[in-house]
Design a protein. Structure first.
Length: 269
């Protein structure tokens, strides 16, 4: 077993994804546009914080893309990246990528209205169940947990709060953070896939079940956390945990796909 793990590790180090493969991936996956949007969004946030605190130092936002590329190349081997890129030969997967990219520009009220429409449709049960299943492959607890531990928890831990405050935050908030992302993510997913037929959804689910998609998602979450890590560290000294408590879910568990039948806390704000 150890020999297999060592061989896998060495193959990843020695034959990581090439720069050309990474650039190709950024192009076909819409990641490049998303990174540019992140640079603009976090740049505006940084400027606003600087005005509040009279801070003059700025984190170079162009580092987000550079660090994302670096981490992505190290997380996927040459062969794994080839398999990931091969997924984009699937028309249904390309349609999925396009639909989710366009969805980011939609008004939250449109999403809220569509979910309400699904709620009132007695024939929507199968569709909601399929969306719930698809969401499991996009918002895996493993991905979200690693993302939280690598990026968000250290931010609170290195703040001006004491250790007890940090531990209390992690205990009470991590579960809420993950459930919030999963619930609201699936609501957005339902809206993004509104024009997909049931047959389309079934075909998409088959693609999402491929091991190469799991490799892609896991690598992208890690690359994004790595890309943002230094920026978040630059904010830590100005970050007060008591002013940034996250959503904490109800104690009672919910039925799996019933989450799509309820308005998210975010949509109520």
């Amino acid at each position: 077993m150890k020999k297999i793990l060592l061989t896998t590790l060495l193959s990843t180090i020695l034959f990581g994804a090439t720069a050309e493969q990474v650039e190709q991936y950024l192009s076909v996956s819409n990641s490049e546009e998303q990174l540019v949007a992140l640079e603009e969004s976090f740049g505006s946030m940084q400027n606003a914080l600087n005005q509040e605190t009279n801070e003059t130092k700025n984190y170079d936002m162009q580092m987000l893309t550079l660090r994302f590329k670096e981490k992505l190349a190290s997380e996927l081997s040459d062969d794994e990246m080839k398999e990931v890129l091969d997924n984009y030969n699937s028309l249904i997967y390309l349609q999925f990528i396009s639909a989710t990219a366009q969805q980011e520009e939609e008004n939250p009220e449109a999403i809220k209205s569509y979910i309400a429409q699904l709620n009132s449709d007695e024939t929507a049960h199968d569709r909601l169940s399929m969306i719930e299943e698809i969401g499991k492959y996009i918002y895996k607890k493993e991905y979200l947990s690693d993302y939280f531990d690598a990026l968000i928890a250290p931010l609170y831990g290195k703040s001006n709060g004491d250790q007890k405050e940090y531990e209390s935050f992690v205990k009470n908030t991590k579960k809420g953070y993950m459930e919030m992302i999963q619930t609201e993510g699936k609501m957005q997913l339902a809206y993004a896939l509104r024009d997909f037929s049931q047959e389309d959804l079934e075909a998409l689910l088959k693609v999402l079940k491929r091991p190469s998609v799991d490799h892609e998602m896991k690598a992208v979450y890690k690359a994004m956390a790595y890309a943002l890590q230094e920026y978040f560290k630059s904010l830590a000294s100005r970050f007060d945990p008591s002013q940034h408590q996250m959503y904490v879910p109800d104690e009672s568990p919910k039925e799996s796909h019933s989450k799509l039948h309820k308005e998210s806390n975010l949509s109520k704000r």
